[in-house]
Design a protein around this ligand. Sequence first.
Ligand code: DGL
Length: 262
Amino acid sequence: MNDGPIGIFDSGVGGTSIWKEITMLLPKEDTIYLADSVNAPYGEKSQEEILKLSIKNTDLLLSKGCKMIVVACNTATTNAINYLRENYQVPFIGIEPAIKPAALKSKTKTIGVLATKGTLSSSLFNSTSEMHASGITIIEQEGTGLVPLVEGGKMQDAQTRRLLEEFVNPMLEQGIDYLVLGCTHYPYLIPLLREILPEHITIIDSGEAVARQTKTVLESQELSKINGSKTKHQFYTNADVSLLKSFLTAVVEPVQINVLDF
Ligand code: DGL
């Protein structure tokens, strides 16, 4: 079991932002990344559909011998992780918008959360949000349209800039000093967001925290890789292979990318 890969899935290429953090922190661990791009965006689907897709992704990763699963998607985490944890034996790591650190550090006591409709409407998000909301104003904004733009590689397009401005300007007017990115596709929009946002606004996402949690769970459950074999990373996508490759710029060695039908 220890020498199995860490399975990571997302509705598409966004979770590669999490994959990068995990491989930086755990350079010896093998990974299998699953990009379900054909079904993106998950954020516009019903909870039932998100759950079905999360089960399908989990089954596929487990059939490839994964020892744990990282749900590198806020939408899938907030809608499906409780079910996954109750119904499978392996450990699951999820990702949720980083409201807690933003709420603790905010000086204006006003923070913005940009996430998908599926995340913002989930009961898990709403209970976490309530837990940290005391004395804090949380301005929620659905990022509808952003995931397809990132999936299309349009991280610097005028259309993307316009949409981001439309989403963040009302937050700025209400005095936010922290912007929480609650979707793993959005870190790829940070260069554009930095151009749009005033300098004093801090952008935070949960990527590093998820990698740290993955390491903690591996160690506490004694699941760290034992054999000294060369690290292997595999990628599966049911859409554009070259697009996925372009998101993997941190990869030093050539990686194997498989095209797969779900
Ligand atoms: N990366 C997913 C997330 O973190 C995007 C969801 C979607 O496909 O809408 O929420």
